[in-house]
Design a protein around this ligand. Structure first.
Ligand code: NDP
Ligand code: 2IT
Length: 445
């Protein structure tokens, strides 16, 4: 850890992600001296390639705007670099590296042949017109195209990047390269996308929670659930929870959160989807339509006033990193929360994760619980290579099997190292050993 911190002292989020993995894999390093000799941790924490670039574009007023673009090609031991693009004003090198690092282990767990990468920009899509977003995406791809390709690096969506942005990015790649290939995933259905990809992260996160409960003779049916976020992952987490008969009572955006004691019905979810995806509005508007619900604005700095203080059995953090702090975790434990399935990447701060683990909660880290999104991206790549599309039942079936396999893999790895039921250790150990064994096979790279 000291080596990583000394090399890049300012990269707080990256240190946090590395530290969690390093803690978990201590016993693996002790049992396998060849890993230490191979300098495996020094190699794993150094991205294979970091690309940073200028993204100039012209806004609707004719003014020139300049953003920064990133692509971190972290590790290609298991396949082409694979991972999303995030467009959010908070994006910086540390956040990109933490996401790319997590992605390496997550992708290893999916069973599919994918290396790990991540990219994005500090561009803020909020309040931008479709034409501004298009001009930005075209400029972004005008540099990115030379670094990616269907066998090299296959980006997809993340915060602020969904079907609209993937369309603009794909169109520009195709123009520049004169090739119609599976260079991006999350494409729309009629031009190479996969059924179930939009739903996959949220559905997968709920399937993972269902597996964790099934292993303990329980089910999600009738369970009260806290959900944060209201974007892609949160929406389909809510949808699957409703389908399974659970009772979700909260959701949020960066301005605040909504608590609906009666429960969020299918009709209400339709409204949320329309509000957030079509109208690009704020969750506050929900309480105008459903006045029995309560809206609590956030305190302005993106911290605090998350939906974590309500009584529930399960929690699905689906917004962003570090959205659960130690105080939230203690409150959750006190209020009866027994299961956490992370839809977002690293939503739990380390001190909060320690509370969950000490209190023996059923706690799945993002790299296991939210792997369904990238897994179906892997299935989209497979369909593109074969030039066919599977029906939704086929993709959903494969997604379920992948989530079940990840669950078993985590439990097996945790048990092997004397930590039964510890999904954090299980996910880190299983992902780590798969990647580093491939790296050792491939020589000093
Ligand atoms: P979206 O952009 O669709 O939605 C993000 C949601 O989180 C919005 O409700 C947004 O609020 C809220 N949010 C984002 N940043 C903040 C912040 N700093 N403070 C408070 N709220 C915030 O993104 P996704 O749903 O795709 O992604 C959500 C999480 O899931 C991320 O951690 C992402 O990395 C992870 N993930 C996504 C996958 C995917 O396939 N899309 C796959 C695996 C993980 P607002 O509307 O105000 O911006
Ligand atoms: O964090 C993630 O796994 C994603 N944003 C999805 C990546 C992908 O390539 O589908």
């Amino acid at each position: 850890m000291q080596y990583v911190v000394d090399k890049d002292p300012g990269e707080r989020e990256f240190h946090q992600a590395v530290s969690e993995v390093v803690e978990s894999i201590k016993p693996v390093m002790d049992r396998n001296p060849q890993y230490r000799r191979a300098k495996i941790l020094e190699r794993l924490t150094e991205p294979e390639r970091v690309i940073m670039f200028r993204v100039p574009w012209i806004d609707d007023q004719g003014e020139i705007q300049v953003n920064r673009g990133f692509r971190i090609q972290m590790n290609s031991a298991l396949g082409p670099y694979k991972g999303g693009l995030r467009f959010h004003p908070s994006v910086n090198l540390s956040i990109m590296k933490f996401l790319a690092f997590e992605q390496v282990f997550k992708n290893a767990l999916t069973t599919l042949p994918m290396g790990g990468g991540k990219g994005g920009s500090d561009f803020d899509p909020k309040g931008k017109s479709d034409m501004e977003v298009m001009r930005f995406c075209q400029s972004f791809m005008t540099e990115l195209f030379r670094h990616i390709g269907p066998d090299t690096d296959v980006p997809a969506g993340d915060i602020g990047v969904a079907a609209r942005e993937i369309g603009f990015l794909f169109g520009q790649y195709k123009r520049i390269c004169n090739q119609f290939t599976g260079v991006l995933t999350g494409k729309n259905l009629n031009w190479g996308g996969s059924l179930i990809r939009p739903q996959a992260t949220g559905y997968g996160c709920v399937y993972f929670a269902a597996e964790m409960l099934a292993a303990r003779g329980q089910s999600l049916e009738g369970k009260t659930c806290l959900v944060s976020g209201s974007g892609n992952v949160a929406q389909y987490t809510l949808e699957k929870l409703l389908e399974i008969g659970a009772k979700p009572i909260t959701f949020s955006d960066s301005s605040g959160y909504v608590y609906d004691e009666e429960g969020i019905s299918r009709e209400k979810l339709q409204f949320i989807m329309f509000l957030k995806t079509m109208r690009r509005g704020r969750v506050e508007e929900y309480v105008e339509k459903y006045p029995q619900a309560v809206y609590t604005p956030s305190n302005g700095n993106g911290n605090g006033n998350w939906p974590w203080k309500h009584r529930a059995y399960c929690a699905f953090p689906c917004a962003t990193q570090n959205e659960i702090d130690q105080r939230d975790a203690l409150t959750m434990v006190q209020n009866g929360v027994r299961l956490i399935s992370e839809g977002a990447n690293m939503p739990t701060r380390p001190e909060a994760a320690a509370v969950f683990l000490d209190s023996k909660l059923i706690y799945a880290p993002g790299k296991a619980a939210n792997a369904g999104g990238v897994a179906v991206s892997g299935l989209e790549m497979a369909q593109n290579s074969m030039r066919i599309s599977w029906p939704k039942e086929e993709v959903d079936h494969r997604l379920r099997i992948i989530m079940k396999t990840i669950h078993e893999t985590c439990l097996d790895a945790a048990a092997q190292y004397g930590q039964p039921g510890n999904y954090v250790m299980g996910a880190n150990i299983a992902g780590f050993t798969k990647v580093v064994d491939a790296m050792l096979d491939q020589g000093v790279t």
